[in-house]
Design a protein around this ligand. Structure first.
Ligand SMILES: Cc1ncc(COP(=O)(O)O)c(C=O)c1O
Length: 432
């Protein structure tokens, strides 16, 4: 198909709600490692990795070889039969979960949305309570339940969503909901959860669900004690702790397998998707055994535990492990952080730089004093970067946070290429 035919077919045959990043949609043709190539053959350095999904590079040779072999061997049986790839993956995950492998039982599905559906259902069955505490500015998926725990109006596209959910303040220190500054706030956003539960729920909750670093919300990084304080409050009210690791899992935050480990909490349930299979569809809900055992009755998933997807997921985890990527994420991530801080010194449109490992957000503002979100400029700078052969993501409740999540096996040379092009894009915007 020609470029024009693809764009016309997209209009005619796909839901119009499937949005694209650019007014002139970018049509990707193929990819290798850290590079994407469009239909005209133009090369782009991929600093978003799908949406935080390409964890070990596009079409990673080591991973794909194992997947190819599995494609020729067995492609599908559904969860009503046992297969070795599914069990090898589950066993590996059990060995790396927080608390020295405290979460041992997995249920595989097809997406982050489904993984969260399963987690919330499980918490409700385990506790006998229906009520969930989620966070403002969160994103957990696009089913009705997942939208109900999500807290950004853009991603709650219908108004009548299932109830039983209250939303606590997140730790958005750059825009503190209490108007405080991090050193003198007493982590009020966390302690407030007690009053939230006491005033807006029955006093007994099923679970608290959160992303250790909010992803779509714009890589919002909480203070060190935030989640520990909330964990204590939630447990006092009978609730479990669910960590949505769809973006933060598998070493992305550096030095640890899961984002929640950065905050010293051992969750009862964790969910994963995206980077787990480097781009093949997968969802994972892993739980402490006594919690998993509370899902009474029977259930199934047609594509869950698919032999091809689970083979690829296991290959991805092994690749991260064998190449010690969690450690290079820390090192290369620190290098990227320095480059971003240099750019913050140079361009006043950058209001905040925040992140961890290889997960960095750059919040753009019209004015550093008022912090008015520079939403239009954000879209324009993304486009300027695209013209220069650099792809970066976008997020934030106000659409003003640029997001960098390159594959975790990039090098400092890739960061240099990114920084040079991003500097040029910011410079072009400033001059316009
Ligand atoms: C933190 C988080 N949870 C859940 C999801 C939903 O995952 P999926 O799009 O695979 O359903 C996303 C997707 O962006 C996410 O970022």
């Amino acid at each position: 198909m020609t470029k024009q035919e693809i764009l016309l077919a997209q209009k005619e045959f796909l839901f119009p709600a499937i949005f694209h990043y650019f007014p002139e949609p970018l049509i990707i043709d193929h990819a290798k490692d850290q590079y994407l190539f469009d239909i005209d053959g133009k090369q782009y350095l991929d600093f978003f990795g799908g949406i935080v999904t390409v964890s070990v590079g596009h079409c990673n040779e080591t991973v794909t070889a194992k997947t190819r072999a599995q494609l020729d061997k067995l492609q599908h049986v559904s969860t009503v039969f046992a297969t070795q790839p599914q069990l090898e993956l589950a066993k590996k995950i059990a060995s790396i979960t927080p608390g020295g492998g405290a979460l041992t039982k997995s249920f595989f599905t097809n997406s982050g949305t489904e993984a969260n559906e399963n987690a919330v259902l499980l918490a409700r069955m385990y506790t006998g309570s229906n009520e969930i505490v989620a966070l403002r500015h969160s994103y957990h998926g696009r089913s009705a339940m997942a939208m109900s725990i999500t807290a950004q109006s853009t991603w709650r596209i219908h108004d009548t969503l299932p109830g039983g959910v209250v939303h606590a303040h997140n730790a958005y220190c750059y825009r503190c909901p209490f108007g405080a500054t991090p050193d003198h706030c007493g982590t009020r956003c966390a302690t407030d959860v007690k009053e939230l539960i006491q005033t807006t729920t029955s006093g007994k909750v099923a679970a608290f669900i959160a992303e250790p670093i909010q992803g779509v919300g714009g890589f919002i990084v909480p203070p060190k004690d935030y989640f520990q304080i909330i964990e204590g409050i939630v447990r006092q009210h009978g609730g479990l702790f669910i960590s949505d690791e769809v973006q933060t899992g598998w070493g992305r935050t550096g030095g640890k397998w899961f984002g929640i480990e950065q905050w010293g909490v051992v969750p009862d349930i964790m969910t994963g998707a995206k980077g787990l299979a480097n781009g093949l569809p997968i969802g994972m809900t892993v739980a402490k055994p006594q919690v998993a055992d509370a899902m009474k009755g029977v259930t199934l998933s047609t594509f869950g535990g698919n032999p091809v997807a689970t083979t690829q997921a296991k290959a991805v985890i092994d690749f991260i492990d064998e190449n010690r990527l969690m450690h290079s994420v820390t090192e290369v991530g620190a290098y990227l952080k320095d480059k971003l801080y240099e750019l913050k010194d140079k361009y006043t449109i950058i209001g905040d730089v925040r992140g961890m490992g290889l997960m960095w957000g750059i919040e753009l503002v019209e004015d550093r004093a008022t912090k008015v979100p520079a939403t239009k400029a954000t879209a324009r700078i993304m486009e300027l970067a695209r013209d220069l052969g650099l792809l970066i993501g976008k997020g934030g409740t106000y659409g003003n946070v640029l997001r960098c999540t390159p594959p975790m096996n990039i090098t400092k040379a890739d960061v240099d290429e990114f920084a040079g092009k991003f500097d040029q894009a910011l410079g072009a915007w400033s001059a316009s």
